[in-house]
Design a protein around this ligand. Structure first.
Ligand code: OAD
Length: 246
């Protein structure tokens, strides 16, 4: 349903005690970061992200998957947070107890905009961890450069510190996100297709617990039917209007 106007949602933002914001790749689009399912370009256009973002995909072709993450890391070093990230960070600095920010993004742009305590459901692309349970020899300074780097004693591989398809989300982070979904008065769902669970399930949980749910997305999403309102605009346009002082 699309019954809410920008002004109505802005009034909800001003009135509500606690807002949970769930973001996805779309919030970083205006920073120049391709969304997850869009915009594989150049060499990478021939691969489906869904095939590479799995443990099986990494084990089959670790070099290719590592290089893909390296390409995305390099891309991120050249971009900056946009007005959408900034609007959320400024609001939380003004009202630290009123906003919980939950993201599926691994790009670190919310944190670079100044948001603290971000609940990163899918990890952090700039972190690495061992693929297999680390043995005594697996210290990070024993990792020999390569793509991927590996332990020079046992051959264990480093992998990106992100959540791949089929993997569990970090337990405490998911629990905190679910708590926010159950206790917020308003959930804003920004820039996500709403197709990947359990993240998308947070919007259903918020609605079932009595919160208003509003989607911000220029295109239809799978959560539109769950929402009390859909604002068809981009994150960098809409969020400053919702969270701005004016
Ligand atoms: P998707 O790439 O599936 O969807 C991006 C969404 O952003 C789409 O609904 C677009 O319409 C919307 N969008 C595009 N530009 C926008 C803009 N400027 N402002 C607002 N919205 C915009 O990305 P996600 O839904 O985030 O997980 O994908 C969820 C998860 O799927 C990812 O975190 C990733 C993948 O599995 C893992 O890697 C574990």
């Amino acid at each position: 349903m699309e019954g809410a106007s920008l002004d109505a949602v802005k009034a909800w933002v001003q009135q509500t005690r606690h807002i949970a914001v769930l973001t996805g790749a779309g919030i970083s689009a205006e920073s120049g970061v391709p969304t997850f399912r869009d915009a594989q370009t150049g060499y990478w256009a021939q691969f489906r992200p869904e095939d590479m973002a799995t443990e099986a995909g990494f084990r089959a072709l670790p070099q290719r998957v590592w290089d893909w993450y390296q390409y995305r890391r390099d891309l991120l070093t050249g971009v900056a947070p946009n007005a959408g990230h900034q609007a959320l960070a400024v609001f939380a600095q003004q009202y630290p107890d009123r906003l919980t920010l939950i993201t599926q993004n691994v790009d670190g742009l919310h944190q670079r905009a100044g948001s603290v305590g971000v609940l990163c459901l899918h990890g952090d692309i700039f972190e690495n961890r061992w693929l297999d349970a680390p043995r005594n020899c697996c210290h990070i300074d024993h990792a020999v450069a390569g793509h991927p780097p590996y332990c020079d004693r046992c051959g264990n591989l480093l992998r990106p510190g992100v959540v791949w398809f089929g993997e569990a989300l970090p337990f405490a982070t998911l629990e905190a996100a679910q708590h926010a979904a159950h206790t917020c008065d308003l959930m804003l769902v920004v820039g996500t297709a709403g197709a990947v669970y359990p993240a998308a399930g947070l919007a259903h949980q918020a609605r079932a617990a009595g919160a208003r749910v509003v989607v911000v997305n220029p295109a239809p999403s799978e959560l539109d039917g769950t929402a009390h309102g859909v604002l068809h605009g981009t994150a960098a346009e809409v969020l400053p209007q919702l969270f701005g002082a004016g």
